[in-house]
Design a binder for this molecule. Structure first.
Ligand SMILES: [Zn+2]
Length: 593
């Protein structure tokens, strides 16, 4: 039981004692009865406050989320409710025990304590009482350890210590951890759990947000990896500083994540907020975190991420010297190619990724507005070397199509792709863009959020990406919505795919005011790979089985895998200046005059 609860509990007992002594005097009894009720209410509130409280020692406990009664041992080491999978709050030391390799954790600045910067009454006593009760002296534990054998700095916050609030010591310990990581070129992982700023340290607490953020920036500028793991609760000043600055942001399921408190917001807008408001799921949907990871998968996921970013001094992909380009492209009638390119049975970007890449981790969100299902992205290995993939994703049935908006991205989809491409650039990873879209989504909401701006921003930034970029059109390559992912060093197309200024239907309706003449339009638009190769719009063609690559996926994808391996190898040998000059020249040459 926490000392706060113990205090409230003692107050209840004390008031009951007084009540017992006043049974003869009715007036006195009433007065004390009220006092008992008040103290009980306070105790109940304290229990509610610890929504997913640390697991008490008793055998049976009640899950605050699903109300299920659970035998203590059922929670296991990871303290996960077997009914609703919510993670109970655990201490920093328990978390380190679950995450770090055994006996690898070497703590830093263990004895640092606050010296009460604004002389707040009772603060020193409170801190020292907590330090006596708990096995930590402040709300964060920092140190160096290994995870899956990879050396990393680790910081874990503990909400038992004044709600994990961020006083000078929390700020100082984290800043020092970042500085050590920067100096030794190490990645850093921070588990957040915090109510926000520490009121007892006033403005000095606020300054910790700026101090830690500055240290994060210096670490990032060195091209080093920072992963945040948001646990329950992550709010206030911690959310508004280092929690949201990770290259990759993970969260535990159901964790409370937000800036302002729910009650403050409800009072301000005078409305009741939805149940899932400010949950990990809520911020994932709104594009602010990459992934929700259950606690029992967290160690492996972190190990996988560390390994993906631990590619050593040799970024090259295996050499494949005897590669032979496919040249024997079919001469199928254009309208037939259009038809096959749109076939519902064609493998999607997700199918291609899972066939070609190993250990792929999908990352979500534009960190701005929403996670767009029409654009997917993430990191995985191609022939043992990490690459970043961004892709437009179509669905096969109605449900998938609703989730992916029929492969038509909103601006936030393009912004998510750009975020992941910039991340690839930071870590020196080659980029693969898979394209299958009839175009950017034409809608009022897309216009409000700047569809044109989002596409333009991608073209601007892709022209300067310091890592190799290869784009592959796997189905439809429609208009600016496709080009937004195709300003690349090399552009390839599948044999039955199309790439055009807009759809043949749109073309016919603009030029001839008759969408029915789409077949005629297809014939004159030069949208087939064969025609585009002649126009030097693309570098080459991926062969497909007769009738489309859904008939023989491995035939096409084994070729693509070899092709990419070969091309990245060639591109990675160029200097950055050379790579960028060639990319500029590749698009500079287009035009007829
Ligand atoms: Zn539960």
């Amino acid at each position: 039981m926490s000392i706060f609860k113990r205090k409230r509990y003692k107050a209840v007992i004390r008031n009951l004692e007084i009540l017992k002594q006043s049974t003869t005097d009715q007036l006195r009894f009433r007065k004390h009865e009220n006092r008992v009720m008040r103290s009980i209410k306070k105790l109940v509130k304290r229990f509610r406050h610890d929504r997913w409280q640390n697991v008490p020692d008793g055998m049976w406990i009640k899950c605050i989320k699903c109300q299920g009664v659970i035998y203590n041992k059922q929670l296991g080491d990871h303290k996960i409710c077997p009914n609703c999978n919510i993670s109970f709050r655990i201490t920093a030391r328990e978390m380190i025990g679950l995450i770090a390799d055994i006996d690898s954790f070497k703590e830093r600045d263990e004895h640092l304590v606050s010296n009460d910067p604004i002389q707040f009454p009772g603060y020193v006593q409170k801190v020292s009482a907590l330090a006596d009760t708990l096995d930590i002296k402040e709300a964060v534990v920092t140190g160096r350890c290994s995870i899956h054998g990879i050396d990393t700095m680790l910081g874990v916050m503990d909400s038992n210590f004044i709600m994990g609030s961020m006083g000078s010591v929390v700020g100082e310990k984290l800043t020092k951890a970042f500085e050590e990581a920067t100096k030794n070129r190490l990645p850093i992982i921070v588990f957040t759990a915090s109510g926000g700023a520490r009121m007892q340290e006033g403005i000095v607490s606020l300054m910790q947000m700026a101090k830690v953020s500055g240290a994060v920036k210096r670490h990032s500028d060195e091209g080093l990896l920072y992963v945040t793991v948001l646990t329950d609760p992550t709010t206030g000043g911690v959310t508004a500083s280092y929690a949201m600055l990770g290259d990759i942001i993970l969260a535990e399921p159901g964790a409370l994540v937000g800036f302002a408190g729910r009650r403050v917001i409800e009072q301000t807008i005078k409305q009741k907020l939805p149940e899932d408001f400010q949950s990990a799921e809520f911020v994932l949907k709104n594009g602010f975190i990459d992934k929700i990871v259950p606690r029992d998968k967290m160690r492996d996921t972190l190990g996988q991420l560390l390994k993906l970013h631990d590619n050593g001094p040799e970024p090259h992909i295996h050499k494949n010297t005897d590669f032979r380009y496919f040249t024997d492209c079919c001469d199928t009638e254009p309208s037939k190619v259009v038809e096959i390119s749109r076939k519902k049975t064609r493998p999607t970007s997700k199918d291609i990724i899972s066939y070609m890449l190993t250990d792929f981790i999908e990352l979500h969100g534009d960190r701005n507005f929403r996670d767009d299902g029409a654009v997917i992205g993430g990191v995985g290995y191609l022939n043992g070397k990490p690459i970043t993939v961004v892709a437009t994703q179509k669905g096969r049935d109605l449900q998938e199509n609703l989730a992916t908006n029929f492969g038509q991205p909103h601006p936030e989809g393009y912004r998510k792709a750009l975020r992941l491409m910039k991340q690839a650039e930071k870590f020196g990873r080659p980029i693969l863009a898979l394209i299958n879209t009839s175009g950017a989504y034409p809608a009022a909401t897309a216009e409000e959020r700047g569809q044109g701006e989002a596409i333009a921003r991608n073209l601007f930034n892709m022209s300067g990406l310091k890592v190799p970029v290869i784009s592959v059109i796997i189905g439809e390559g429609g208009s600016g919505g496709a080009l937004a992912l195709a300003l690349a060093d090399k552009v390839y197309m599948f044999e039955y795919s199309i790439y055009s200024i807009l759809s043949p239907e749109g073309f016919a309706s603009i030029l001839w005011k008759n969408a029915e003449r789409a077949k005629e339009a297809a014939a004159v638009m030069k949208l087939r790979p064969k025609d585009l190769l002649e126009l030097q719009i693309i570098e080459g063609i991926i062969p497909e089985a007769e009738g489309g690559f859904d008939n023989d996926m491995s035939y096409s994808l084994d070729y693509l895998k070899q092709l990419l391996t070969h091309e990245y190898n060639v591109l990675l040998q160029k200097t950055t200046g050379g790579l960028l000059d060639e990319r500029y020249a590749r698009f500079r040459k287009f035009g007829a005059y």
